[in-house]
Design a binder for this molecule. Structure first.
Ligand code: FE2
Ligand code: FE2
Length: 165
């Protein structure tokens, strides 16, 4: 028998059929795009690929938006979350990341790629640009969508790092 705390925790994490339909329809073209699939070649944290990390951040962003009643633009939220780490290199490899400042610079690389490859709007651009706040201290998220992805990214990154999966 689950107590109310466990039920509540399960509830915020869960996605029903309708949620999954909305989620998959918004990300349908992105999920299978060759440039996005390229993220499967790179590890993010532990054994998690950058692709799986971005999918997790999109999923958690969707659920956080619901939990916080933040009424985000779901299309911008999910697409920005899916593209937020589209930097397309192995950040563990010193030949790919020569300056050793991946944490500070990868948002710019992801934004450049997202702009060149996809027709992203201002909201998606803001999400990508500010997702590394507070490490990039001056890039305070300006929109609710950017705040939600920024928080979701911290949560997912911590979970991946702790569980090394
Ligand atoms: Fe990132
Ligand atoms: Fe990330």
């Amino acid at each position: 028998m689950k107590n109310s705390k466990e039920k509540k925790r399960e509830n915020w994490r869960s996605m029903d059929t309708q949620d999954r339909t909305v989620f998959n329809s918004i990300l349908k073209d992105l999920k299978d795009h060759p440039s996005v699939l390229q993220m499967k070649e790179y590890k993010q944290h532990g054994k998690t690929t950058t692709y799986d990390h971005c999918m997790s951040v999109a999923r958690v962003s969707y659920k956080l938006d619901r939990l916080l009643h933040s009424k985000c633009d779901k299309i911008a939220l999910l697409r920005g979350a899916m593209l937020h780490d589209l930097f397309l290199y192995d950040w563990h490899d010193s030949n790919s990341c020569t300056d050793g400042l991946h944490g500070y610079h990868h948002a710019d690389k992801a934004l450049k790629n997202a702009r060149e490859i996809f027709n992203i709007g201002k909201k998606e651009a803001d999400i990508i640009y500010s997702h590394m706040w507070p490490l990039n201290i001056s890039r305070i998220p300006k929109r609710r969508e950017a705040w939600v992805v920024c928080m979701a990214d911290k949560y997912v990154s911590l979970r991946e790092t702790i569980h090394r999966k």
